[in-house]
Design a protein. Sequence first.
Length: 332
Amino acid sequence: MTLIRTPPGWHLPEHAVTPETAYLNRRQMLRSIVGMGLGVVGLPAIAGCQQSVRSQAAAHAQLAATLNTPSLEPYQVNPRFAAVDRPTTDRTLAGQYNNYYEFGSGKSVWQAAQKLPTDPWSVEVTGLVKYPRTYTLEDLLHTFPLEERVYRFRCVEAWSMVLPWLGFPMRALLTQVEPTPAAKFVRFTAFYDPQLMGGLFASLYPWPYTEGLRLEEMANELAFFAVGLYGKRLPKQHGAPLRMVLPWKYGFKGAKAIVRIEFVATEPKTFWHTVQPNEYGFLANVEPDVPHPRWSQKTERFISTGPGLSWEKRPTLLYNGYANWVSDLYPR
Ligand code: MTE
């Protein structure tokens, strides 16, 4: 595959490079002008004119509709992951602060992402497995009991959230398809349709978005497939209808809208690693003492409650606080 050196949009000052205070001041100024929260950013409201207030209200209603997906009840709350050491992030904030490059390189991709066609949906499980199989979304929902897990979520850009995912452990899928002894890695491929997904620089990126794990990482108790969030089916901006959740790794490892899972013998090429191998490693574990080449990873900006965007600076935890589960995978 050709190596394409295109800086990801997270090089943009909005969310990584701008000093936090300048960024916050700009946000606070916008907020005080229109008296609304994060939702105002990127929307056409600067002066207090009625027109823009109306479009703000319309956008908020539209955002709420994208989050109001069908309920996934009944499900169990997994008591081992019922809470973490900080509050759950506000649903409306999480639903409008996303990374989804198929639909654009900014954070406000929630509207564009509504173009994602999710029905019907199927996921092909193939490669070095005893029982290859294609699952429809309904098959997945009927085969695997759903559970809720509250996980810390840490982006490589040094912001973080806490999210209540709904889904099933990846190891449950392994039990069904039985990888052969030759299988050492797993490649995950996201849905891609160039007609629908015209994100900025779209033609320069090595689509489709792919990610990879070592087989033993996929078998770890924490590795999770999400079909829902906040008790409901996954909103499209979060990667409906099926995405990966790996709480000890940086968020880019959690590919959205998965359509293919392939068991392979050698380390697969992955999207960001192909784009910028010196910045985005294959393992991509959260490690405070391993800086990104352009910024420190020692602290993070935790996004928690609404109505507006507010950051709380916190120390980054080794493996995002999940060392007890995963440190055996990475002898130091
Ligand atoms: N999956 C796909 N298909 N496309 C993407 O651009 N971005 C990744 C990850 N999964 C991405 C993706 C990155 S960089 C992050 S931080 C998380 O999704 C963001 O997930 P969220 O928008 O649900 O918070």
